[in-house]
Design a binder for this molecule. Structure first.
Ligand SMILES: [Zn+2]
Length: 376
C-alpha cells in the first residue's frame, strides 16, 4: 500500500489518483478550493434556482435527496431559506434499527424548515436476501439501499416533473473516485461506483422475483437528460464540520450520551441506524482503511488533526468494528454471528492483511510502516 503524504488515504481506495509527489486527489482538490471565487459560485446557484423557480403557490421547485443528517439540514436551509425555493424532500430509509438521534433528526428537518418529506421504504423481504447475498459474495452488504439512494430520487424527480434535484457533496471530487472532475452536475453520480451495476439476473437466482427489483437499474439516458441533478458542494464550500455546527443550532442531534462507536473518531456522521454502518466499514477488509482513516484524512485537510494524530487514530480504530453494527446486520439478514465472521474471513484481502498470533486480522507491518512514513 502507498499512502498520501498529506492526509493518510491509501492508494487502495478505488479509483483514487495521486500526483508524482504522493499527494492524493482529495488533498489536491482541497488546495484548489482555496482559489475558488465562492461569491461567484453562489451567484451561479441563484441563477440556476431562478431558472427552475415556478412562482406558483403550492408547486415544488426542486427535490432535495436527504438522509436527515447534518448535511441534509444545511442543504434544506440553503435551498429554502437562502434561495427561496419550495423544496420537496425525498428520503430512502434503510431497514436497520434506528438510533434515537436518527429518529429525531428526520423529524427535526421537517419541523425546523417546514418541509414535506416523501419517505421511500424499500421491500424488506428482498432487502434481507439481497443484503446477505451481496455481503457474502462481494462484501457490499448495503448495496441494495445505496443503489436506491441514488436511483429513487431520479425516478421520482422524473415522474413528478421536477427537474432540479439537489444532492450534497460530489464524493468522487471531494474524496477521490470515478469521475473526480469538478462539475456542478450530478447526472453521472449513479455511475460513480459507490453502488455499481449488478446483473439483476444474479439477484433473481439468489431468490428475489424479477418484478421486485424495481428501481435497481440505473435510469435511462433519456430520463437523465430531462433532469438537472446538482451537487451543492460545487456552489458552496463544503465542510462536514461546518455543516454539523450549523445543523446543531437548528436542532440536529449527534450521538453524545447515546452511542460511542468503537471504530469511529466522531459522533455526527452517518448516525441514523446501526446496521447501515457495516457498509463503509467493509472497506477495511477489502481495501485496508475504514472510518477512522476516512474522517482522519478529512480532519487533516480541514486542519483539525496533524497527520501523525490521524495515523494513530487509524491504527487504533479502523479495524475495531463496533459489535452493535454486526449484531444489527445479523438480526436483519438472519445470519448467525458465526456465519458472519466466517464470511468475513473470506473477504479479507490477503495481499494487505495477515492474521497475527492472537488470531486478529491486521494490516501487514510493511503497510503500517508505510502509513507512518510514506515513500513515493
Ligand atoms: Zn491526501
Amino acid at each position: 500500500m502507498k499512502f498520501c503524504k498529506k492526509c493518510i488515504m491509501p492508494d487502495t481506495r478505488p479509483h483514487i489518483s495521486f500526483d508524482k509527489d504522493g499527494v492524493c486527489i482529495a488533498c489536491q482538490n482541497n488546495e484548489k478550493k482555496k482559489s475558488v471565487d465562492w461569491d461567484l459560485r453562489y451567484k451561479e446557484l441563484e441563477k440556476l434556482c431562478d431558472k427552475y423557480r415556478r412562482k406558483e403557490n403550492g408547486v415544488y421547485d426542486c427535490i432535495i435527496a436527504v438522509s436527515g443528517g447534518k448535511d441534509s439540514h444545511y442543504q434544506v436551509h440553503v435551498m429554502k431559506e437562502q434561495m427561496g425555493m419550495n423544496p420537496l424532500l425525498i428520503t430512502v430509509e434503510d431497514f436497520f434499527t434506528m438510533t434515537e438521534a436518527g429518529k429525531h433528526n428526520i423529524q427535526n428537518i421537517s419541523e425546523a424548515f417546514g418541509c414535506n418529506i416523501i419517505s421511500f421504504k424499500p421491500n424488506r423481504r428482498a432487502a434481507k436476501v439481497i443484503s446477505r447475498y451481496m455481503f457474502e459474495k462481494y462484501g457490499r452488504p448495503l448495496w441494495y439501499v445505496d443503489r436506491l439512494l441514488y436511483t429513487v430520487p431520479l425516478y421520482y424527480a422524473a415522474a413528478l416533473n421536477i427537474p432540479l434535484l439537489v444532492y450534497g457533496e460530489n464524493v468522487s471530487y471531494e474524496y477521490g473516485g470515478i469521475n473526480d472532475i469538478e462539475t456542478y452536475s450530478a447526472r453521472e453520480q449513479v455511475f460513480n461506483g459507490v453502488a455499481p451495476d449488478v446483473d439483476l439476473e444474479e439477484l433473481v437466482e439468489a431468490g428475489v422475483p424479477r418484478d421486485e427489483l424495481t428501481y435497481l437499474e440505473a435510469p435511462s439516458r433519456v430520463l437523465l437528460e430531462k433532469l438537472d441533478p446538482i451537487y451543492m458542494s460545487y456552489f458552496l464550500e463544503w465542510n462536514s464540520v461546518r455543516n454539523y455546527e450549523f445543523a446543531k443550532r437548528r436542532g440536529f442531534k449527534d450521538l453524545t450520551h447515546e452511542w460511542d462507536r468503537t471504530n469511529h473518531i466522531e459522533n455526527f456522521n452517518q448516525i441514523d441506524s446501526y446496521g447501515y454502518l457495516l457498509n463503509a466499514w467493509m472497506k477495511f477488509p477489502k481495501y485496508g482503511h475504514a472510518y477512522a482513516t476516512d474522517y482522519g484524512a478529512r480532519w487533516v485537510r480541514y486542519g483539525l488533526l496533524t497527520r501523525e494524530e490521524a495515523v494513530k487514530l487509524a491504527e487504533e480504530r479502523d479495524h475495531a468494528v463496533d459489535p452493535k453494527i454486526i449484531e444489527d446486520f445479523c438480526n436483519f439478514t438472519g445470519m448467525t454471528i458465526e456465519e458472519f465472521y466466517n464470511a468475513l474471513d473470506k473477504l479479507y484481502n490477503k495481499d494487505l492483511f495477515e492474521v497475527n498470533a492472537l488470531g486478529q486480522w491486521r494490516l501487514k507491518q510493511e503497510n503500517i510502516e508505510e502509513r507512518r512514513n510514506p515513500h513515493w
